[in-house]
Design a protein around this ligand. Structure first.
Ligand SMILES: NC(=O)c1ccc[n+]([C@@H]2O[C@H](COP(=O)([O-])OP(=O)(O)OC[C@H]3O[C@@H](n4cnc5c(N)ncnc54)[C@H](OP(=O)(O)O)[C@@H]3O)[C@@H](O)[C@H]2O)c1
Length: 215
């Protein structure tokens, strides 16, 4: 798959590296320094390169949006025409100080994006794990059971691509339903943030759902 990374910080930098190491062609874009993008691409290996948001969008089968909520408009403006594209978003609709969701309960960041860009197939994914655990999960991908990762969206085809990337990153994809469910997954991400950053056991935390019963 060709994957365009829009926002190459903690989440985009690590997930792009993981996707490239899993065999996908990755374009890292949108950081404040081109040197940083080039260095990320170099360390991610031969399947990765640095580019502009437009270059990341142009050839992509899937995009990963990984910027602060306040930068979403800017990066998507720089990306150009996104209609017909699949976009995974790990971005959470935080205020400037990352203390509150500015969209919640009756909508979500992911739904807001889908409304704003009607031709874009948005999948909410990777919002619910801290960046610090991503390489650990990827390294442990041969071990069972894998940690869960919830995702949701309105397009089956887009969700199929998202599930592939989630699996390739070492997680067990859990289809939570339509994009509307992002209004539940996004607040859940704050719980994960609480456990990761306010606890005493460090931020390398993921989660796993278990089902019981005879079915
Ligand atoms: N971090 C997590 O564990 C985590 C977990 C779940 C969800 N999220 C969500 O994922 C999204 C990304 O989070 P993150 O932690 O990856 O953020 P981050 O590390 O700050 O990365 C954001 C990227 O955007 C770039 N950027 C910011 N302002 C820019 C500008 N004016 N021009 C060009 N590039 C600019 C940054 O550039 P530089 O590289 O130069 O700084 C960086 O590459 C957020 O919405 C966050 O809420 C984060």
């Amino acid at each position: 798959m060709k994957v365009g990374i829009l926002g190459s910080g903690s989440m985009g930098g690590k997930l792009g590296t993981i996707f490239a190491r899993a065999g996908h062609d990755v374009v890292f874009s949108y950081a404040r320094s081109d040197d940083k993008l080039r260095e990320l691409a170099r360390s991610a290996g031969p399947r990765a390169r640095a580019g502009t948001p437009r270059e990341a969008v142009e050839s992509a089968d899937a995009l990963l949006l990984a910027v602060h909520w306040s930068r979403v408009e800017d990066v998507l403006r720089q990306g150009g025409d996104v209609s017909g594209k699949v976009m995974l978003t790990c971005s959470l609709p935080f205020n400037a100080t990352d203390t509150e969701l500015v969209v919640a309960y009756r909508s979500s960041g992911a739904e807001t994006l889908a409304k704003k860009f009607p031709g874009l197939d948005v999948v909410a994914a990777f919002q619910t794990v801290p960046s610090e655990v991503l390489f650990d999960v990827f390294e442990a991908r041969a071990r069972e059971p894998r940690p869960s990762l919830v995702y949701c969206g309105d397009s089956d085809e887009a969700k199929r691509l998202a599930a592939t990337l989630i699996r390739d990153a070492g997680f067990d994809p859990v289809d939570a339903g339509s994009l509307r469910i992002a209004r539940y997954t996004e607040p859940f991400a704050l719980l994960m943030g609480q456990l990761a950053y306010e606890g005493e056991e460090g931020p390398e935390v993921a989660y796993r759902f278990e089902r019981y019963g005879s079915r």
